[in-house]
Design a protein around this ligand. Structure first.
Ligand SMILES: Cc1cc2nc3c(=O)[nH]c(=O)nc-3n(C[C@H](O)[C@H](O)[C@H](O)COP(=O)(O)OP(=O)(O)OC[C@H]3O[C@@H](n4cnc5c(N)ncnc54)[C@H](O)[C@@H]3O)c2cc1C
Length: 504
């Protein structure tokens, strides 16, 4: 039987961080990954690579990115993002439900973990494209996700898998963990199904058992499982499009619950964003995040009744985009249109111009309305007219900050960046709900050890990444997903290795 001190299940950022941290302690490490090698890397590989960490100024950024150069240093105001800012954002966007201890571990581990990833070979760059653009061309950072991974998710995967190879950990691809093996004394291994590749014959599979002193579960959430989505998130969620990996179907969660793990967190909640209606039901790696439609701030969103249904300018994008998918899913047909006029055209990000876009364009609003399949055209035109009338003219429009330019007197207000939609050409982008990851998970303690329904740590069982419950509720601050995967993955790997080596 194969064996390892630490067996890590899942090769996304959480699992790979766990494997590297366990190797640092001198433990032997094996990683099981359900995907074939070509599709390895989980949601982490699909990500944009934004990472939310505490930093005290430009020098902290430069430590991660390398020399920024005089030009960038003088044209960008990087500001700072303190521990209190981060904890405050976590509390605010989660309706003050985030587990304070988990939030503290995330926030206090963030800066050091960025340096650790950098030492492992992950390269960072300043994340200038999602910040406030000033009228004079300067950029002012909005706080939070100040750096991103060079090469986004693909760059992350390349660097992390190279580090794994250097570390001496082994990875078994095409190997789907199916059940935890254990006894009264704790978890002692994993039963898995492994794909066998035969020459000139159809693939088969076999059952294998792997013995381990500690097991780290890092298999993501259940976002790619339509039946579980309906079961836990509610009716209609089977119709959401999956923004990331097709392999995250809740296996690790099921396995943990089967051995008595305590469920924790927002099981009916998830991260879901505005996503191009033409995107495939489940995303594919070469397409990446081209279907992202997060510039709703600069226009309006209308449903098939021709009505607005959400405050598009409630806050900065990083603090609102992760709940837009849910708002769209609740609309008739799970569809909405993002509508912009010529004034907004220059503010839209590149993906709005990328080939798969199903953009509609017209010289008049009436022509645009006739091109929006299934919309109540008269109501749509009345909505735009009413919106234009409600835009406050006494506050200047300023995409360089949260400008307070709101609407007045509308049932559904727009709180910032309200601008009339009256300058042709007009564009409309049909969007739907794209699910990113689920928030429900298992309870862990301060060592990332899984806790059972009676509150006792389960010997030999650890969890990290999307699998942990209690961190995110209702919403999420952008960049905290990768950070959580790295911080808790690293913690789980270190603690799992220490426990394994103490026991040997
Ligand atoms: C399009 C998109 C963009 C994103 N952009 C950002 C961003 O810019 N910033 C940010 O912070 N977050 C972002 N996220 C979220 C972020 O990617 C996740 O929060 C994070 O990557 C989760 O890491 P993880 O290791 O827990 O899960 P994953 O990276 O999903 O890894 C889970 C792994 O487990 C494997 N697995 C599943 N079941 C089994 C099994 N039974 N046996 C063995 N292996 C199994 C899967 O194949 C997968 O490799 C984005 C997500 C998406 C989809």
């Amino acid at each position: 039987m194969a064996q390892a001190d630490v067996l890590v299940v899942g090769a996304g950022l959480a699992g790979l961080s766990a494997a590297l941290a366990a190797r640092e302690q001198g433990a032997s490490v094996m990683v099981l990954e359900r995907a074939p090698r070509e599709e390895r890397g989980g949601n982490s590989r699909f990500s944009i690579g934004a990472m939310r960490a505490v930093y005290s100024g430009v020098d902290d950024i430069e430590t991660l990115t390398g020399d920024l150069g005089a030009q960038l240093r003088s044209s960008v105001d990087f500001g700072a993002y303190t521990r209190e800012d981060y904890l405050g954002d976590m509390a605010r966007v989660t309706g003050r439900r985030t587990d304070p201890e988990l939030a503290r571990i995330l926030v206090d581990g963030s800066t050091d973990c960025m340096r650790w990833l950098s030492a492992k070979g992950v390269r960072f760059r300043p994340l200038t494209q999602w910040q406030f653009k000033q009228a004079d061309g300067r950029i002012k950072f909005a706080g939070g996700s100040a750096v991103g991974i060079d090469g986004a998710g693909a760059g992350l995967a390349e660097a992390m898998f190279a580090a794994i190879e250097r570390s001496g950990a082994t990875i078994a691809y095409g190997t789907r963990a199916a059940a935890l093996i254990g006894s009264e004394g704790g978890i002692t291994g994993v039963r898995a199904r492994q794909v066998i590749r035969k020459q000139a014959a159809r693939d088969g599979s076999r059952s294998i058992d792997i013995a381990a002193k500690s097991v780290v579960l890092a298999t993501g959430g259940f976002e790619a499982n339509p039946e579980w989505r309906t079961r836990y998130l509610g009716p209609g969620w089977e119709l959401a499009k999956v923004r990331g990996s097709r392999f995250n179907t809740g296996d690790g969660l099921r396995m943990a619950l089967e051995v008595g793990a305590m469920p924790a967190g927002n099981w009916s909640g998830c991260h879901s964003a505005s996503w191009d209606l033409g995107a495939p039901d489940v995303n594919e790696l070469p397409l990446g995040a081209v279907f992202k439609r997060d510039d709703f701030l600069y226009g309006i969103m209308v449903n098939a009744r021709g009505e607005r249904f959400v405050d598009e300018g409630a806050d900065i994008r990083a603090l609102t985009y992760a709940k837009m998918g849910r708002a769209i899913l609740a609309q008739p047909g799970q569809v909405a249109w993002q509508v912009f006029d010529n004034k907004a055209a220059g503010l839209l990000h590149d993906e709005y111009r990328a080939p798969p876009s199903s953009c509609r364009r017209a010289g008049t609003l009436t022509e645009l309305a006739s091109d929006l399949d299934g919309i109540d055209r008269d109501r749509f035109l009345a909505t735009v007219e009413g919106f234009n009338r409600a835009v406050r003219r006494d506050v200047p429009f300023d995409p360089g900050k949260k400008d307070g330019r709101s609407t007045a007197g509308l049932d559904v207000p727009k709180s910032n960046w309200a601008a009339t939609i009256d300058e042709p050409p007009f564009t409309a982008y049909p969007v739907t709900c794209g699910i990113t990851f689920t928030f429900g998970g298992v309870r862990i303690d301060q060592s990332a050890q899984v806790v059972d329904v009676d509150g006792a740590a389960i010997p030999g069982l650890y969890a990290a990444g999307e699998m942990i419950g209690g961190l995110f509720y209702f919403n999420y601050p952008g960049g905290a997903g990768l950070m959580s995967a790295a911080v808790f993955g690293r913690l789980a790997g270190r603690c799992a290795a220490l426990a394994a080596l103490q026991g040997s």
